[in-house]
Design a protein around this ligand. Structure first.
Ligand code: SAH
Length: 216
């Protein structure tokens, strides 16, 4: 009950910060964020801040999750979505409250395992978690995706994912060096990829595996 109250307060804050999409706000009012952080962090789970989840990674700030989710569904609800950077699984769960099918990939095995367990325990059967050394390679066997959400900061626009974006689809990705990232929306129209540069953001880096690196 206490967590429901804290969640309602967080939703009020998000609304105050300009998040207007009721579908997004309703989804975030449902997802128990305190179950996506370590026990030592549960008292801060409904603060509007990123929190450490171990392995040098973070669960994103709720405002950013709301903003990215809002952008993802701005032109209608995509049927199948790919998230790169499962992390805690929180963003994936928010998407799962709204959309029919989500694939999410993570490169750090213990985070992947933990997120998978959370999805199962909380009954999010429409999220499929995958372990991948480099999520930027996408999931060619399960695409094309109507939307791709990258939740780690890419140095450069990950154009390798373009071919897994369905025609009319959109990719949302933070791009730029640490300290100077901007959220970019890429919309696909046939062979044309239109880019829109949005707000400044701050994400942990997307780790890209170079093809000349050994995989073990
Ligand atoms: N969406 C998450 C937050 C992501 S933090 C949440 O809601 O909690 C970014 C995550 O991206 C980290 O867990 C990091 O390990 C992962 N990551 C970074 N580079 C990656 C890559 N190339 N492929 C897959 N996952 C990656």
């Amino acid at each position: 009950m206490a967590s429901a109250r804290s969640r309602a307060r967080l939703i009020d804050r998000l609304r105050g910060l300009g998040i207007e999409n009721d579908t997004v706000l309703a989804a975030m009012e449902k997802v128990p964020r305190h179950q996506f952080v370590d026990e030592a962090m549960t008292s801060r789970a409904y603060d509007d801040t990123a929190l450490p989840i171990g392995y040098g990674q973070t669960i994103s700030q709720p405002y950013i999750v709301a903003q990215m989710t809002q952008l993802l569904i701005a032109d209608g609800l995509p049927d199948n979505v790919l998230e790169i950077g499962t992390g805690s699984g929180y963003q994936g769960a928010v998407l799962a409250e709204i959309l029919p099918s989500i694939y999410t990939v993570e490169r750090i095995e213990p985070l992947y395992e933990r997120a998978r367990r959370r999805f199962a325990e909380l009954g999010y059967r429409n999220v499929r978690a995958r372990l991948a050394r480099d999520g930027v390679l996408g999931l060619p066997d399960y695409g094309p995706f109507e939307a791709i959400l990258v939740t780690a900061g890419a140095e450069k626009l990950p154009t390798s994912l373009y071919e897994q974006l369905a025609d009319g689809g959109r990719m949302i990705v933070p791009v730029g060096p640490t300290g100077d990232q901007r959220l970019i929306v890429v919309r696909r129209d046939g062979g044309y990829f239109e880019q829109e540069v949005l707000d400044a953001v701050s994400f942990v880096p997307l780790i890209e595996q170079r093809s000349d690196e050994p995989s073990h």
